[in-house]
Design a protein. Structure first.
Length: 70
């Protein structure tokens, strides 16, 4: 049995939001972008990220995938 499995950063970001750790959530999302994880297309509509919507780094990510005007 494997001791470690890959966990996408996108899902780690969700966990950090649930733990109310915005900084780690944003770091995990930035890593998800760096790793080209496919879930980023739902960034604007996924309600789990509502607590991050006012963060400038989050807004930059939404713009970065073309979901908001520049």
């Amino acid at each position: 049995m494997k001791k470690h499995e890959y966990v996408p950063c996108w899902f780690l970001a969700m966990a950090w939001v649930g733990l109310n750790d915005k900084e780690r959530a944003l770091e995990a999302l930035e890593q998800a972008f760096h790793d080209h994880e496919p879930c980023k297309v739902s960034l604007k509509v996924d309600a789990i990220f509502d607590p991050l919507r006012e963060e400038e780094r989050f807004k930059d990510m939404v713009r970065g995938v073309g979901l908001e005007p520049g």
